[in-house]
Design a protein around this ligand. Structure first.
Ligand SMILES: Cc1ncc(COP(=O)(O)O)c(C=O)c1O
Length: 384
């Protein structure tokens, strides 16, 4: 029997403990496993290579993304590092033009040193994607919605282009999670998550997850996971499984709050621009509606020039100024100096990550309290 996503969130992966009947997967806090004789083990040898708590989470993310294989890492960037290690010197990647700053940093300052280079492309423009695919390009790397401008890429259309040219399609699905969008079903080869965000959901765990369908690619990734070693610890794997159980109910509230606040803000006179693919006026609206079951709860906005964004940040009371996103509490951040500071200023400006841009991770608090907090902070930030 195949379960729907709301049941899979709770019963997917390895459901509880077969030995004791415990409804939760135990935390196997062990680095090694006793072997019954030379070459005779019980399926576990060493916890970098495999750990039952991590394996339960790995099976869970595979189930949720409708994949066959899952991998769990110590952070989203450890996951990205391992996936990018599929490539070798001389290979190129085509990368969405607004991606998480840390993804840009590892491409620009780590993999470029190994001669694995990248081309930045507006992946919402399919003609530009196709035009960028020279023989050295081995993969297309997309975030949709992208961080921080929420640009939408048509994943299915890009996957068709990728297949036509024999390239891999890698999608970072952090912003929507498999509850709202399943890139493997849209033709992606590899899905990556910063599990730190909505999947964990409580701003208490750093983690990264990968899901895919192809066995040969998965075997290579398991090899790299063990060889590089950036694995998720058993306790953190448990916290991830625990967080994922409530993903559906959290996401419903996140998306509902974000939709209401983005609409209110866009009509408030306080902002010159709102980037949110859930607004019918947004250029990505139709495509995100086609490929996802909700627009997510991240949006960005530019305060009107009448207001001082630095004072705005300092005046918020309920909403915190902080890095990260996807937790139950509302957070705002300043991409230009925080999450996207690793991107050179000229690239930032050219793609629209201006100094006045504010990114909002809408939490699950009472929506009226959130709006009130925004109003009082904007009013306090009015320039003299
Ligand atoms: C879209 C996206 N991908 C990847 C990452 C990196 O994940 P982590 O911070 O868990 O290493 C982040 C972090 O903010 C992110 O927003």
């Amino acid at each position: 029997m195949s379960y729907k996503i709301d049941s899979l969130l709770i019963h997917g992966g390895i459901d509880g403990d077969e030995v004791t009947g415990a409804v939760n997967v135990p935390i196997y806090q062990t680095s090694t496993y006793k072997q019954d004789g030379l070459g005779k083990n019980r399926g576990w040898e060493y916890s970098r290579t495999g750990n039952p708590t991590r394996a339960a989470l790995e099976k869970l993310i595979a189930d949720l993304e409708n994949g066959e294989y899952g991998l769990a890492f110590a952070s989203g960037l450890a996951a990205i590092h391992t996936v990018l290690s599929l490539f070798k010197g001389g290979d190129k990647l085509v990368v969405s033009d607004n991606i998480y700053g840390g993804t840009f940093r590892i491409l620009d300052n780590v993999f470029k040193n190994l001669d694995i280079t990248y081309k930045i492309v507006n992946t919402s423009d399919l003609a530009s994607v196709e035009a960028a695919l020279d023989p050295d390009v081995k993969a297309i790397y997309v975030e949709s919605p992208a961080n921080p401008l929420l640009t939408i890429t048509d994943i299915e259309a890009v996957s068709k282009i990728a297949k036509k040219h024999g390239k891999l399609l890698i999608v970072d699905n952090t912003f929507l999670t498999p509850y709202l969008q399943r890139p493997l079903d849209l033709g992606a080869d590899i899905v990556i998550h910063s599990g730190t965000k909505y999947l964990g959901g409580h701003s208490d765990t750093i983690s990264g997850l990968v899901a895919l369908k192809d066995k040969a690619l998965a075997d290579r990734l398991y090899y790299l996971q063990n060889a590089i070693g950036g694995v998720l610890a058993p306790w953190d794997s448990f916290l991830m499984i625990r967080g994922i159980k409530t993903l559906g109910v959290r996401m419903d509230r996140h998306v509902s709050n974000a939709g209401k606040i983005a609409k209110w803000l866009s009509e408030s006179g306080y902002v010159s621009k709102v980037y949110y693919p859930g607004l019918p006026s947004d250029p990505g609206y139709e495509i995100q509606k086609k490929q996802a079951s909700g627009a997510g709860a991240m949006f960005s906005f530019v305060l009107d020039e009448k207001y001082d964004y630095k004072v705005f940040f300092e005046s918020l009371k309920l909403i915190s100024l902080a890095e990260s996103l996807g937790g139950v509490e509302s957070l705002v951040c300043h991409p230009a100096s925080m999450t996207h500071a690793a991107i050179p200023a000229e690239i930032r400006k050219s793609v629209g990550i201006v100094d006045e841009l504010i990114r909002f991770s809408v939490g699950i608090e009472d929506v009226d309290d959130l709006i009130e907090d925004l109003i009082q902070a904007v009013e306090k930030s009015k320039k003299a």
